[in-house]
Design a protein around this ligand. Structure first.
Ligand code: PGA
Length: 237
């Protein structure tokens, strides 16, 4: 079963738009559609759409207490959320780091939610040795005291530079393939998804890779495009 994760980021502006967006998503037999809306739409969406898995785009690592403005994994679990995205590069851009992400992964796993852990280089690195040492460095901090094969972990290879906002294109399938080999060599046996500028036009280049799915940002806000991308993934299974 492949998984397509829709990362809505800070969109849309109203609950009505959020409800309409989900209504337009197609449901697939062999494709899991997971949606990460802004926190405040989670309860109404979870209540209304039973066949789709919802989760959050971020989390705090404590269960409860004096942490103004934060939400805990336990809260997400209690309302029926299934997963949490951790270490997204847009979180890192506003001050988070890999050490904080490590604590978040631990607390998400302990709450019996799936942790979708983003990682990847900030800038384009052409030298494969340097690239691998960057991946290695990130993994070491992210998964300190965590078993890489904990079944609650999904890795999202999503280099910062490849996010559509920066208009620098997506990662070549050769590099994604290197990443998969690299991570499997470390003994990682869980799901790996790719994210970064996934569009209708380029999804095909990734469909032969041993990926378990995709993390999709901008195109998840355009239901026609999103469905088309999902159709192509579905056909490739
Ligand atoms: P993008 O975003 O698909 O717009 O590149 C992906 C993400 O940020 O998760």
């Amino acid at each position: 079963m492949k998984t397509v994760i829709a990362n809505w980021k800070m969109n849309p502006l109203s609950l009505n738009e959020a409800l309409n967006l989900v209504k337009k998503y197609k449901i697939y037999k062999n494709l899991d559609i997971w949606i990460a809306p802004p926190y405040l739409y989670l309860i109404p969406l979870i209540t209304k759409f039973r066949k789709i898995k919802f989760g959050s785009q971020n989390i705090y690592f404590q269960d409860k207490g004096p942490y103004t403005g934060e939400i805990s994994p336990k809260m997400i679990k209690k309302i029926g959320g299934k997963f949490v995205i951790i270490n997204h590069s847009e979180r890192r851009k506003i001050g988070e780091n890999f050490k904080i992400a490590n604590q978040k992964i631990i607390s998400v796993i302990n709450s019996n939610l799936t942790a979708i852990v983003c990682l990847g280089e900030d800038k384009i690195i052409k030298n494969i040795k340097i690239l691998k040492s960057e991946w290695q460095k990130q993994i070491k901090i992210l998964f300190k005291n965590i078993n890489l094969n904990n079944k609650s972990i999904i890795l999202a290879y999503e280099p910062t530079w490849a996010i559509s906002t920066y208009k620098q294109g997506s990662v070549s399938p050769e590099i994604v393939s290197e990443f998969i080999k690299f991570i499997k060599n470390l003994g990682f046996n869980n799901k790996i998804v790719y994210g970064g500028s996934v569009f209708i036009d380029n999804i095909k280049i990734y469909l032969d890779l041993p990926l378990d799915g995709f993390l999709i940002g901008s195109q998840s806000l355009k239901p026609k495009n999103f469905n088309k991308i999902c159709d192509l993934i579905d056909k490739s299974i």
